[in-house]
Structure formats: structure tokens, C-alpha cells
Design a protein around this ligand. Structure first.
Ligand SMILES: Cc1ncc(COP(=O)(O)O)c(C=O)c1O
Length: 381
């Protein structure tokens, strides 16, 4: 019997809830992917490049045309200068970028601070590198970091801290002040930072996304990770990228080379074409998603769920404390089987979930008809 390196890991909750949704015919608001088509020009470009373009390996770092387009986007949208040759690496999804960045930083015995609730791909990568994830909870009400508490978890073994904004599963967004606190902490204790910014363009109510790339003290020690799956609505294309200073990028690429070597060529060509001809597209996304969030929240106005509209991402949390005392994992199953709506329990994102917390995560990157029908079913509970 193979001695497992990840004995506690099973099938992830998103796949399990999606399978349950299809088993019982429930509306699937569990997994984070749009159920409406990606832009036609993007899909056409992909078909064109697969038919007529290059279908062989791209350069290891990613197609130069795409990296140059991304460098321009970073200047225009974030005011950040970076060298596409030495600081941008295109990867098969943000997951691979995160895996490579963690592998580059973490040596056996190192500790990595993660903020709970947190996305599920971080800890297994830390474990596989022989490191230990140290879980520090975010504030249970606002999901903001408690920087004093985080600092008290730092010790000489701490090598890295991972942050995620806009945040999956809570929809919370880090403020400029939070990033300054992170900068002070990381500089004082000489920590590396991985900043998972895959939902960077999904920030609502006229708030701004703040990137680690925008603060000098963070820029020099951070890997910032992005996903076209989220920004262009093509999660199945599994393509993302990582921006990091040259010395960090060079270590990341050594690992990327042997994890996957390259990202998919015609996908990169299609994205390069699309972003080159429509550079304003990502910046306009928030308006559409905010309208979806608002329609979903308004349709739930008559329900017994409590909610605070998500500040970012395409996830809306619903608090069911007035409806049930059951654990969220149990209620999720009941909702799918008996009420025909699949969602995700928030407790699975934490090592030690708050026993008082009664939260479910719903993805609102769905067509209006689905959101309306789901809300009607939820209102009947
Ligand atoms: C916070 C977060 N990080 C990373 C990813 C992975 O992105 P990708 O599909 O590009 O690997 C996801 C996907 O759901 C996510 O929610």
C-alpha cells in the first residue's frame, strides 16, 4: 500500500457538491464558475488559433505577446511596472502558480501562515514541501485580518504568508491599510508573500482592488497570482500567471519547468489577441457581476437568511442562524436534496471553524433565471 503524503485529503468540496447537484438535479450554486458563455471574440480566437495557429509548446515563461499585453495591463490598471521577460510567468491556472511559488519558498520544517477560512489548495502544497501551515483566523464577523494576532504567530521558522483578496469564500476585500500592515509585518520578519488575487477585477460598490504589487516593500518579496479563468470566464481553460521580481521568478520557473513546463499555446494566443484588442474588458467586469449580486440579494429579501452583500468575488454568503442549528455541512446536503439548491459550507475552509458560525457560500456567476429560481426556493425555507 502506498504510504500517502496527503492522508487527510479526499475529493474537494466543490467537486462533491457539484456531483450532488447533478445527482439530485439541484441548481448548482456551489462551484465557482460562470454558467454563461465567455466572450464570443475570445472563443473564436481560441478556435482560430487551434485551427491555424501554433499547437506546439510555447516558451517556458509564456508567449511573449501575452506577457507584453499583461505588462501593459498592469501599468494601465494598477500603475505597476514590470518586465514581461523576467517578472511574468504564464501557468496552467493560478493553482499551478500557487503550487510553484509555495514549492519555491518552503523548505522542510518551515512554517507558512494562512488566514482561515482559506482556499483549499494552499495547505497540501505546503505539506508536500515538508512545511507546516499555521492557521490564523480572520475576524469572524468582518473576515478582516487581525494583524497583531498574525504577528504573534510568527517565529523564526516562519518563511511565508499567503493572503487572498478578494477572498474566497467570504467575498471580503483587503484595504490599503491591511496591505500596509502586511508590508510592515513581512519586512520586519523577512517573510515572503503569496498574494492570491484571482478575483482582482470583481470588487464592488466603487471600491478598489489593492495589489501587493503596488507597495514597494511587498513588491520585492511577493508572488502575485492571477487567473484568466476568473477574469475571462473560462475556468476550464486553466490558464493564469504569476508576477514576481526576477530573483523569485527565476526560482518559480525552475519548478514550473518540471511541474508542467508550459501553459497551453492556443489558449495563450487567444487571450493575448483578446486582451490586446479589448484592454478595457477586465475593468468593466465588476459592473455586470455587481448587478448579478444585487439581483440575487434582492430576490432573497423575503427569505429568513441574513446577508451582507459581498464586497468582492462572485460568492455571496448567507447566514442561516435564524433557520437551523445544524452544522453547515449537514444543511448543505439538505438544501441540495430537499430544496434543490446546491451551495458550499464555509466551515470546510477552516482548520478550527467557529462552532457558532452558520454560513453557506453561493456562487452568483449564474444566469438570471437560475439565480431567481434558486432564490425563490431559498425563500420558501
Ligand atoms: C481563491 C482562489 N485561488 C485560486 C483559484 C484557482 O484558479 P485556477 O482555476 O486559475 O487554477 C481559485 C479557483 O476557484 C480560487 O478561488
Amino acid at each position: 500500500m502506498l504510504h500517502s503524503k496527503l492522508p487527510d485529503i479526499g475529493t474537494n468540496i466543490f467537486s462533491r457538491m457539484t456531483a450532488l447537484a447533478s445527482e439530485c438535479g439541484a441548481i448548482n450554486l456551489s462551484q465557482g464558475f460562470p454558467d454563461f458563455p465567455a466572450p464570443q471574440a475570445l472563443r473564436e480566437a481560441m478556435a482560430r488559433h487551434a485551427m491555424h495557429g501554433h499547437n506546439q509548446y510555447a516558451p517556458l515563461a509564456g508567449l511573449p505577446a501575452l506577457r507584453e499585453t499583461l505588462a501593459s495591463q498592469l501599468v494601465n490598471d494598477r500603475g505597476v511596472d514590470c518586465d514581461p521577460d523576467t517578472e511574468i510567468t504564464v501557468t496552467p491556472g493560478a493553482t499551478v502558480a500557487i503550487y510553484c511559488a509555495i514549492t519555491a519558498c518552503v523548505h522542510p520544517g518551515d512554517e507558512v501562515i494562512v488566514l482561515d477560512p482559506c482556499y483549499d489548495s494552499y495547505e497540501p502544497a505546503i505539506t508536500l514541501s515538508g512545511g507546516r501551515a499555521v492557521h490564523v483566523p480572520l475576524d469572524a464577523q468582518t473576515f478582516t485580518p487581525d494583524w497583531d494576532r498574525i504577528e504573534s504567530a510568527v517565529n523564526p521558522k516562519t518563511r511565508l504568508i499567503i493572503v487572498n483578496s478578494p477572498h474566497n469564500p467570504t467575498g471580503a476585500v483587503l484595504s490599503r491599510h491591511d496591505l500596509r500592515c502586511l508590508e510592515t509585518l513581512a519586512t520586519r520578519h523577512d517573510l515572503y508573500v503569496i498574494s492570491d488575487e484571482v478575483y482582482e477585477y470583481l470588487v464592488y460598490d466603487d471600491a478598489a482592488h489593492h495589489s501587493v504589487l503596488q507597495l514597494e516593500g511587498l513588491r520585492e518579496r511577493s508572488f502575485a497570482v492571477f487567473s484568466f479563468g476568473k477574469t475571462l470566464g473560462v475556468t476550464g481553460w486553466k490558464t493564469g500567471y504569476c508576477v514576481a521580481p526576477p530573483a523569485l521568478t527565476s526560482e518559480l520557473r525552475k519548478i514550473h519547468q518540471f511541474v508542467c513546463f508550459v501553459a497551453v499555446t492556443p489558449v495563450q494566443q487567444a487571450i493575448a489577441d483578446f486582451l490586446h484588442s479589448l484592454p478595457g474588458y477586465p475593468g468593466q467586469l465588476a459592473e455586470d457581476y455587481q448587478a448579478r449580486r444585487d439581483r440575487f440579494c434582492s430576490a432573497l429579501a423575503g427569505s429568513r437568511f441574513r446577508l451582507r452583500p459581498a464586497a468582492g468575488t462572485y460568492f455571496q454568503l448567507l447566514d442561516y442562524r435564524d433557520i437551523s442549528d445544524q452544522p453547515d455541512t449537514v444543511l448543505c446536503e439538505t438544501l441540495a436534496r430537499q430544496h434543490g439548491v446546491a451551495c458550499v459550507p464555509v466551515s470546510v475552509f477552516s482548520q478550527s471553524p467557529d462552532p457558532e458560525q452558520r454560513l453557506l457560500r453561493f456562487c452568483f456567476a449564474k444566469q438570471d433565471s437560475q439565480l431567481e429560481e434558486a432564490a425563490q426556493r431559498l425563500c420558501r425555507i
